[in-house]
Design a protein around this ligand. Structure first.
Ligand SMILES: [Mg+2]
Length: 121
């Protein structure tokens, strides 16, 4: 069973993501900010993390950096959820420790492709 963590502070986005995952038989854990994501990843090693970039407190990029410092999270796919996807941003996100990104507003079929790609590994 794929263990997924969704980090997202906007309730509507969270609801949509959880709904899409559920339709794929995936029950995900949720975190509403970076601090909560860090706490949850201390207890559980997830198979995939979907990480919003714009979060209250420490942002998604900073939270990902902290999570990545742990050896058990070295190779876990972390997918950025970002409204700022522009040319060159993907390279920046990948240099910042993300494996990929999903642009917001979320395109459902694009999101499903990402789930399938990263949960197959
Ligand atoms: Mg946000």
């Amino acid at each position: 069973m794929t263990k997924v963590l969704v980090v997202e502070d906007t309730p509507l986005n969270m609801e949509l993501i959880l709904e899409i995952l559920k339709s794929h038989g995936i029950e995900a854990d949720k975190a509403e900010d970076g601090e909560e994501a860090i706490r949850k990843t201390e207890k559980i090693v997830y198979d995939i993390i979907f990480m919003d970039i714009a979060l209250p407190g420490i942002d998604g990029a900073e939270a990902t950096k902290i999570i990545r410092t742990r050896p058990e999270y070295k190779d876990v796919p972390v997918i950025a959820l970002t409204a700022f996807a522009m040319k060159g941003d993907k390279e920046k996100l990948i240099a910042g420790g993300f494996d990929d990104y999903i642009a917001k507003p979320i395109d459902v079929s694009e999101f499903i492709k990402q789930i399938e790609k990263y949960s197959a590994e």
